[in-house]
Design a binder for this molecule. Structure first.
Ligand SMILES: Nc1ncnc2c1ncn2[C@@H]1O[C@H](COP(=O)(O)OP(=O)(O)OP(=O)(O)O)[C@@H](O)[C@H]1O
Length: 568
């Protein structure tokens, strides 16, 4: 039984054929993965299915019937639902309000709506409680609310755009369990992901898109991640090398007792102390919303600390403005590329200037030097393999992964001494990811110090020389990247986030996590660690990805303007 059939879909943009004669058949009751390198045309195809864009050619069939969508409302009416990568929930409203508002016609906004939410939540095991405020919820719980919201509107086919990018391994397992629940009820899921291992574990069918067209399908049980990657890019992938240590004893960044409080006085960052040396990557592990955003903001100067100091090389930069920090050699890959990394409506070469207005090659003395920055943009496009018809197109017209490559290229171009990298490869395909890792490693060999924040635990462990766990605004534990596994680290993060991982640092120098106390409550997830072996030993079985107490401080309200705005 076919849920969705797309046939002969073609979509052109100026200078680009985003989709060319695409064929995709999604069976009822299956998870269908859509894979392909950055810019291959996945999002465009899904926007067409969701009524956000009109195809130039081709047909859409839902349940065997040909349809034509003028807007997402039309697609929703035919049972298509989309869960975007950037969640679209209002923090200050309850789950019930978020779900029911805008669809009052269905079940009102009162008791009937509440009943319906409970019903859906129970049926698919989503664990969504209607009356909590969304701001109280962690990332995984928000995602389940988004899923519930589309089910509430009657979706029978759900499009999930990179749903696992923000989840820790245990949460990914929980999500996949939910997807199995949906399948069992005959629903279909279209799953876009760059994490090929996950794709192979969850998908029933896989369609591969390359350069705008469907190049084949893969049978999950008979395919390895490597074969899938080769099908995607059409050639062999570079293997990310295991890197030798390049850590020196020269401190580049020294943060001492940094504290930052919310307007009400609650500490968002407390007693943050660390040193990053030349050639060292310090990885910060944590469930999103435990102070990472504030830490990055404080380091780049978007917020000022209430107390404590930040030293960069030999200077106290605690009260230095963002632009000056960048001029002195601090690079910044922001977690939200749309808010802090790009001017979406400006051409690529202007985006290359953003945040670096006063620096070479963008300026010569007092004056901007557009020619030089255009030329350098071409170099970045080439070096970082940004797929684009040219440097005059807007940043908005690049695919998500290609936007990310442009930002990384820009930040690496200024020869930073310290790089603040928040999710540097989010949305980037496996080939480009390995290339970005290589660029970072190469700069590290030359003495770059990196603060790395990443939800991709393979990346975090693989790239870091030192790992620390952040929970509730404090660095509560550290772990050795040479021995810890993603699962163990994931447990430590969720465990810490439930407040029951009580860890004491044995010695920052050895990087060993010592957790010395188990509180005996059922939520304990990391209950043992051994300083002797340097291993974090976590009890995975009791991980609680659904814990609603997880912190996600609301940050947008008080966040100042982006550095780019300031710099302009
Ligand atoms: N609104 C637009 N205007 C111009 N070009 C566009 C627009 N949207 C997408 N494109 C182009 O269409 C192509 C396909 O982009 P799409 O976003 O569908 O890729 P993708 O497979 O989703 O990539 P990623 O994995 O990076 O998200 C790209 O070359 C992109 O630059």
């Amino acid at each position: 039984m076919t849920a969705v059939r797309l046939a002969g879909i073609t979509k052109r943009f100026p200078g680009v054929v985003a989709n060319h004669d695409i064929h995709l058949t999604v069976r009822k009751g299956t998870v269908h993965a859509l894979v392909g390198e950055n810019g291959a045309g996945k999002s465009t195809l899904m926007k067409i299915l969701y009524g956000m864009q009109k195809p130039d050619e081709g047909t859409i069939e839902i349940d065997g019937e040909q349809v034509s969508f003028a807007s997402p409302a039309d697609a929703i009416a035919r049972g298509i639902g989309m869960v975007h990568q950037h969640f679209m929930l209002a923090d200050n409203l309850t789950v019930l309000e978020n779900v029911a508002l805008g669809s009052e016609k269905l079940y009102g906004i009162g008791a009937r709506a509440r009943r319906r939410i409970k019903e859906i939540s129970d049926r698919y095991g989503l664990g969504v409680r209607p009356d909590v405020l969304v701001e109280e919820l962690g990332v995984a719980a928000r995602q389940r609310v988004e899923i519930l919201k589309v089910l509430y509107r009657g979706a029978r086919t759900l499009i999930l755009d990179e749903p696992t990018a923000v989840l820790v391994p245990q949460e990914v397992d929980a999500l996949f369990e939910n997807l199995r629940g949906l399948k069992a009820e005959g629903l279909s899921v279209i799953f876009i992901s760059h994490k090929l291992g996950e794709v192979l574990s969850v998908a029933d069918d896989i369609t591969v898109i390359r350069r705008g067209t469907t190049v084949g399908t893969a049978v999950p049980a008979e395919t390895t991640p490597r074969q899938l990657a080769e099908l995607m890019v059409g050639s062999e992938l570079p293997t990310p090398e295991t890197a030798e240590s390049t850590v020196t004893d020269r401190p580049v960044v020294t943060v001492d007792a940094l504290r930052l409080a919310a307007p009400g006085g609650k500490a968002l960052l407390d007693d943050i102390t660390f040193t990053i040396h030349a050639g060292e990557v310090l990885g910060i592990a944590g469930v999103e919303g435990n102070g990472q955003t504030e830490l990055v903001d404080a380091l780049i100067g978007l917020r000022s600390a209430d107390s404590g100091t930040i030293r960069f090389l030999d200077e106290d930069i605690t009260s230095l403005p963002t632009r000056k920090r960048r001029e002195q050699g601090i690079g910044y890959i922001p977690e939200d590329r749309h808010r802090h990394g790009l001017l979406l409506e400006a051409p690529l070469w202007e985006n290359r200037i953003l945040g670096h207005v006063t620096e070479k090659p963008n300026s010569r003395g007092f004056w901007l030097d557009p020619k030089a920055s255009q030329e350098d943009t071409r170099r970045i496009v080439e070096t970082y393999d940004v797929r684009t018809p040219g440097i005059d197109v807007t940043a908005a017209s690049l695919s998500g992964g290609n936007q990310q490559k442009l930002i990384v290229g820009r930040e690496m171009s200024h020869g930073p001494r310290f790089l603040i990298a928040a999710h540097p490869t989010r949305g980037v395909d496996v080939g480009a990811q390995a290339a970005i890792w290589d660029h970072i490693r190469e700069a590290r060999r030359e003495g770059l110090a990196v603060l790395l924040i990443s939800a991709d635990l393979d990346e975090l462990i693989g790239l870091s020389d030192t790992l620390r766990v952040i929970y509730d605004g404090r660095l509560v534990a550290d772990a050795d990247p040479a021995t810890i596994t993603p699962e163990e680290l994931g447990s430590a993060m969720t465990g810490a986030a439930t407040g029951h991982l009580v860890a004491e640092e044995a010695s920052a120098a050895t990087g060993h996590l010592v957790a010395d106390e188990a509180t005996g409550t059922p939520e304990i997830v990391a209950d043992e660690a051994s300083a002797a072996t340097g291993h974090l030993v976590a009890d995975e079985t009791s991980a609680t990805p659904e814990n609603p107490a997880r912190k996600t401080p609301e940050t947008s309200a008080e966040a100042p303007e982006s550095p780019e705005d300031e710099a302009r």
